[in-house]
Design a protein around this ligand. Structure first.
Ligand code: OMP
Length: 270
């Protein structure tokens, strides 16, 4: 999916919500556990209930890898279902990969060719040869971790060096490897006070912003400092707050309601 196509979807639907598909068997509604593929069935119903309120879905691969081959089958079925039924939704494989060049090429092949994801999250720690293989596919994106939402972000990302903090260095250097047409950055919603600084360095790149909902980040604060006029330039992810809004038989309906609530808040920014 191109940047222009993504922006068109955002502008048409008046939402920039990304629903995170992070299914944990221990948290699934009990009645689904009788299904052959409970994870897929859970996702399918969440997807159908939330698709109108979001422009993107983000399965985090850990929640599938944890269940071995059957988990990977659920992931593949989930992605196929989205691609067949909601082809205009931007599909992010949240896998946080990155390795020496030829290995990264295989990761890119796995997620872009085999799974047909539109984007993959990538850790930049190993440098340019670990990220560039993800930039070689038309219409596909690398989403580079820059300033993450978690507590430990401060352990390295805020360290001062000769290029400023480490996350500033990551933004400045890695933004030379690709363009705002094939790279995005992860910036956590819990770091809203740093969005002005981020926008100073990467004024045009889309930002994937996890950390609203369960992690307590503020959508309003992120928008105030991170939004790009007309293009929006943000994909705001929420996983647990939406998918586990209820664990009863009404779970999908409750997820839809929760996604709509976020999408309604987003309308003010159009
Ligand atoms: P919730 O906290 O349940 O909304 O989930 C957040 C999702 O975003 C999880 O899949 C995390 O792995 C992911 N995430 C973060 O929470 N923080 C980050 O800094 C980066 C990510 C990510 O790359 O998506």
């Amino acid at each position: 999916m191109t940047r222009a196509e993504l922006i068109k979807e955002i502008q048409t639907k008046k939402t920039f919500l990304c629903v995170g598909l992070d299914p944990d068997i221990d948290k699934l509604p009990k009645h689904l556990l009788e299904e052959d593929d409970a994870i897929f069935e859970f996702n399918r119903q969440i997807i159908d209930a939330t698709a109108d309120y979001c422009v993107s879905f983000k399965p985090n691969t850990a929640f599938y890898e944890a269940y071995g081959l059957s988990g990977l089958t659920s992931l593949e079925r989930t992605i196929k279902y989205i691609k067949q039924n909601y082809p205009n939704h931007f599909l992010i494989a949240d896998a946080k990969r990155g390795d020496i060049g030829n290995t990264s090429s295989m990761y890119a092949k796995a997620f872009f060719k085999r799974l047909k994801a539109d984007a993959i999250t990538v850790a930049p720690y190993m440098g340019s040869d670990s990220v560039k293989p993800f930039l070689e596919f038309d219409g596909k994106w690398a989403i580079v971790l820059a300033l993450t939402s978690n507590e430990g972000a401060k352990d390295f990302q805020l360290d001062e060096g000769k290029e400023g903090t480490l996350y500033q260095h990551v933004l400045k250097t890695s933004s030379q490897w690709g363009t705002a047409e094939n790279m995005m950055y992860v910036i956590g919603a819990t770091k809203a006070n740093m969005f002005d600084d981020v926008r100073h360095i990467v004024p045009n790149h889309f930002l994937l912003v996890p950390g609203v909902g369960a992690q307590g980040g503020s959508l309003a604060e992120v928008c105030k400092h991170g939004l790009i006029k007309n293009d929006i330039g943000l994909l705001i992810n929420s996983s647990r707050a939406i998918i586990y809004a209820s664990n009863g038989t009404d779970f999908a309906q409750a997820a839809g309601k929760e996604a709509k609530k976020v999408a309604d808040e987003m309308k003010a920014y159009f």
